[in-house]
Design a binder for this molecule. Structure first.
Ligand code: SF4
Length: 1007
């Protein structure tokens, strides 16, 4: 068995810190060094003893290293238990990275510091104190698009007039949702807004000649009433929006001193990452929690504040010292990323934002100093190149050529990034990369619904739902699934139009009268298949949920299998997009009262209409096999060897200052709306962020002509960064005519370049038992289920198991809280968690439900006689396993008076004799993982592991022996090693494939 080794930078203090017995496993031998490799300034920041601390961390200066080492240092120095530390950040990815890095620093099982996003923290507060917050613990959180849908459904219940023009009643809905979001960011309640509107009305009444004031007062009167109505609507429908997760949490802390005290007592140290991105409400939460001790560390860089449009308040970082006049500060300027000339140029640029910068305000020196040595020599002309072209396509081709040359010189495709302002601007570069056969990965902020593989699914749903929807039927008929020739279908469609009928009727006629149709005999067969499929799915649609229907279509047509097959050769992006669309269908279905096709299609149409446009793929910084094409906002936090900042003309950079259509009353906002100067300053920061992504080379490029529109010249930021006279026009590079012609020979449609497979590289993995088990069963099954995340058909076994589990857990939760559940309540819990999906027939479903009720009755009877009381129910754990993490959830943990610990897992499978039950418990990898996790958390193994089979009531028992645990560790290592190496070869067998949810689409399935 390969040893489970400790992470080399773990710290040595835990064995003395914990009272637990000395752990026996090698991965618990903890080694330093925590501070040895830090610079003097980093060390000063990490070891700051107490009180407020502002860490100004420029780009590439090791911000995450400092914040994670500080957490570890606080624990090592026994200044706080891990659970007394709260670290807040903004994205799930950033939170995960922080958790992983702290895990590597702090020993096995001691890392229960609260590290999360602001939203997740607020959500936790609201659910834990749902009663005080006036919410249920099952409130649904709505996305922006879902907020618009809710408002649209209740549009005529809202007190709107000018903002609901009858000729176009939904025109202002999107703007209204933006306004609500801004109100949340600014911590403005409906009552405050109503109050401010009333004051405005009074002022307008006192100045009857001031028409502008009267107009403003009327606007805010209507908007504040609408906000108030929206708030009531959200509460009565038990919904939350993203802003609520912070805003209501803040209100909860303010209005309930006992909750505030509890939370204050819980956290002795608070750390905030990316502090420049906090909004007013988020900063208020931090201040409130930190008030008694002031142990608040914020890390940020005002020069990288680029989220004003999301409510980020630059004033928070600029004004930190006003809140904490005695705060210590550390400025990190040692840069471990870029060459010095790149840093100098970036600094020259950002100085133009003075005096509204910390450097100017606080008299700091924020010039970054390059500390990294590069293997390649610096180009003689310097690492920054400014290039200009006649047209946008010349520019795109030149970028592709340069990347090609750079790859020939030994760089990987993934060392290059092309930064674009928006999704649409990426197209010419993607096309040029295709022409040069260079793989790319585009990470935009939108575009899922426009992908061909997703569009066809939407068309299918629409065509089944509405037989007269000729557009969707056309799309489906000519899609890769049915493959009819577009010219033939167009002809059929024109015939249909002439006769004022639909395409469906024309296709039906073609089948009944092939002689007069435009289709060949072979195509007629396809038309027949298409119409038959639509008819069959229409019939099913009354019974099946939308997700089931869609799954039936893509698996039954063989298309999913084809995609899976193709995915092995050309990358899994298309499969991943299909999987993402399924998630949306399921999510939307769950929001509907009735998840049937007509309602789902209406919901999807509204989502798309309201501008919901999810992104396709996320950039993976470890992905070395494809050029990264991404927006500036997506690039934040990443770094690349060579960065191309393209399209740098003055009307793109700075872009237009788009003010919110509906603005807040000035009296209520902490920062005034963005004026022209502030807008340019924000755009300059965005440019700065782009420049500081580059390690070795930075190319600043522009063209004079983008699609017929003459530009206004090169972006002023280029001149500022390179210290050129304003309005400098670089010499234009023109490709030779022959070269230009050659490029137009063929223009492949997007996407042609294969998407690279993700490389997991050296990143720590976070694995659950389910993932490990899937991998060990068949690596291909793991890939389908956890990498591509393919949808699986709804299964009745899953419904049955989940509902039984949920009922048993509800029983134990009440028991833990000191209550007792009646048998009727237990059955009601079963019903509440039952879903009518995946069953063969209604009779089948009824029979299963009766079995479940009987099993629960037996469980209830047994519990009445059992004196044991669980000490934990449904408790999550996360522990380190070497460099990786194991996560899971104990169903039930008991500790009897003698201190014996028993971990139980409930099973819904049918085991009817004690011998089999005991054998299953002994062989259970899941139970061994629980034993290892328990040992990691508490320093000792549990005394007994149990599988409780709910159908029979039989409990299989086993002891965690060293032999079994060693075997489990071997299996864990095997899975982690294989997953990290991206080894996903199938291991088919008749038995395994027979139960595999991917057997229909898996090309390797044993049949
Ligand atoms: S069908 Fe068989 S070979 Fe394919 S993924 Fe499932 S278990 Fe593996």
């Amino acid at each position: 068995m390969p040893p489970v080794v400790p992470s080399p930078d773990q710290i040595p203090f835990f064995e003395e810190l914990t009272a637990a017995p000395r752990p026996r496993r090698p991965h618990l031998r903890i080694q330093p060094p925590l501070l040895a490799d830090l610079t003097v300034r980093q060390r000063k920041a990490v070891t700051h003893e107490s009180g407020p601390l502002l860490i100004v961390a420029g780009a590439g200066t090791g911000k995450t290293t400092v914040i994670t080492r500080r957490i570890a240092w606080l624990i090592a120095e026994k200044r706080a238990l891990p659970s007394e530390i709260l670290a807040l950040t903004f994205t799930d990815r950033a939170a995960l990275e922080m958790v992983e890095r702290v895990d590597r620093l702090v020993p096995y099982g001691q890392t229960d510091a609260a590290i999360s996003t602001f939203h997740a923290f607020g959500d936790r507060l609201l659910r834990e104190h749902a009663l005080e917050a006036g919410l249920s613990d099952r409130s649904t959180v709505l996305s922006r698009a879902e907020q618009i849908i809710l408002l649209r459904e209740h549009l005529f219940e809202l007190p709107l007039d000018r903002y609901r023009p009858l000729g176009d009643p939904t025109r202002f809905l999107s703007a209204l949702v933006t306004l609500i979001s801004r109100l949340r960011d600014e911590d403005i309640s409906p009552a405050s807004y109503l109050g401010a509107a009333a004051e405005l009305r009074q002022r307008a009444a006192d100045a009857p000649d001031d028409e502008v004031l009267a107009e403003e007062a009327a606007r805010h009167a209507e908007l504040s009433a609408a906000f108030d109505a929206y708030e009531r609507l959200m509460r009565t429908t038990d919904r939350l929006d993203f802003g609520d997760q912070v805003g209501l949490a803040l209100r909860l802390l303010r209005d309930h001193p006992s909750v505030l005290e509890e939370e204050r007592a819980r956290y002795r140290y608070i750390l905030v990452d990316e502090f420049q991105d906090t909004n007013h409400a988020q900063w208020e939460i931090v201040r409130l929690l930190a008030e008694p001790h002031g142990n608040v560390t914020v890390v940020g860089d005002d020069d990288q504040s680029i989220y004003r449009f999301r409510g980020a308040a630059l004033g928070n970082i600029l004004g930190f010292r006003e809140a904490y006049p005695k705060a210590a500060s550390v400025v990190l300027v040692d840069n471990y990323r870029s060459r010095q000339p790149i840093l100098d140029a970036a600094h020259r640029l950002i100085k133009h934002n003075d005096p509204d910068r910390l450097e100017a305000r606080e008299g700091l020196d924020k010039r970054l100093r390059a500390r990294l040595r590069f293997d390649r020599p610096e180009p003689a002309s310097g690492p920054i190149e400014m290039v200009a072209f006649a047209t946008g396509s010349d520019e795109a081709d030149a970028v592709a050529d340069r990347i090609d040359a750079s790859m020939l010189a030994g760089r990987r495709a993934g060392d290059h990034a092309i930064l674009v302002r928006g999704n649409r601007e990426a197209d010419p570069y993607l096309r040029a990369l295709n022409m040069a056969h260079i793989p790319w990965r585009f990470s935009g902020t939108a575009g899922l619904y426009r992908q061909p593989e997703v569009r066809v699914l939407i068309s299918f749903l629409r065509a089944v739902n509405d037989p007269d929807d000729s557009v969707s039927l056309y799309d489906l008929a000519t899609s890769e699934i049915f493959g009819l020739a577009a010219s033939d279908v167009t002809l059929a469609l024109s015939n249909a139009r002439r006769r004022r009928s639909s395409l469906a009727v024309a296709l039906g006629d073609a089948v009944t009268d092939p002689e007069r149709s435009p289709f060949s005999l072979r195509a007629i067969e396809v038309v027949q298949r298409l119409l038959g499929s639509l008819e069959a799915h229409r019939a099913m649609s009354t019974e099946k949920s939308s997700g089931e229907l869609l799954y039936h279509f893509i698996s039954g047509s063989g298309w999913l299998a084809r995609l899976a097959h193709e995915g092995r050769e050309t990358g899994e992006e298309r499969l991943a997009n299909v999987a993402r669309f399924f998630e949306i269908v399921r999510r939307q279905g769950s929001l509907l009262r009735d998840d049937r096709l007509p309602f789902l299609v209406a919901q999807l149409d509204t989502l798309i209409e309201t501008g919901d446009d999810p992104s396709t793929a996320d950039v993976d910084p470890d992905d070395g096999d494809a050029v990264h094409v991404l927006t500036y906002h997506k690039a934040k936090g990443l770094e690349f060897g060579v960065v191309f900042m393209v399209g740098l003309i003055d009307d793109r950079f700075p872009g237009w200052n788009r003010r919110d259509a509906l603005e807040l009353p000035e009296a209520l906002v902490s920062a005034p709306p963005s004026d022209a100067d502030q807008h340019v300053a924000e755009e300059r920061r965005l440019f700065y962020v782009g420049m500081t992504r580059a390690r070795e080379r930075l190319v600043l490029s522009s063209a004079q002509d983008y699609g017929g529109r003459r530009s206004r010249g090169v972006s002023r930021f280029v001149a500022e960064a390179l210290d050129l006279p304003p309005a400098t026009q670089p010499e234009t590079i023109r490709p030779a005519v022959l070269e230009q012609l050659a490029r137009h020979q063929a223009s492949p449609t997007l996407p042609a370049a294969p998407a690279a497979r993700p490389q997991l590289g050296g990143r720590p993995l976070s694995l659950s038992y389910g993932q490990i088990n899937d991998y060990l069963e068949c690596p291909a099954k793991y890939r389908y289920g956890h990498v591509v995340r393919l949808p699986t058909p709804a299964s009745h076994q899953m419904v049955y198991g989940r509902a039984l589990h949920a009922a048993v857990q509800a029983y134990h939760r009440l028991q833990l809280a000191g209550g007792a559940m009646s048998i009727d309540e237990l059955h009601a819990a079963l019903d509440a968690n039952w879903e009518s999906v995946g069953f063969l027939t209604r009779e089948h479903e009824e029979a299963r439900r009766i079995t479940a009720r009987e099993a629960l009755s037996r469980f209830w009877d047994a519990q009445q006689r059992d004196p044991a009381q669980p000490t934990a129910v449904e408790r999550d754990f996360t522990v380190a396993f070497g460099r990786d993490r194991l996560r899971g959830r104990y169903d039930r943990v008991d500790r009897d008076v003698a201190g014996r610990v028993v971990i139980t897992d409930y099973k819904s499978s049918d085991v009817r004799d004690l011998g089999t039950a005991n054998r299953r418990a002994k062989e259970s990898l899941q139970l061994s993982i629980y034993a290892l996790a328990h040992e990691a958390e508490h320093g000792s193994l549990p005394d007994e592991l149990a599988l409780h089979f709910l159908e029979s009531g039989i409990v299989g028992r086993a002891e965690p022996t060293e032999k079994r645990l060693e075997k489990a560790q071997e299996q864990l290592t095997q899975a982690a090693t294989g997953i990290r190496a991206h080894q996903f070869e199938a291991t088919p067998s008749a038995m395994r494939c027979g139960y595999c949810p991917f057997r229909e689409i898996c090309p390797d399935a044993s049949r």
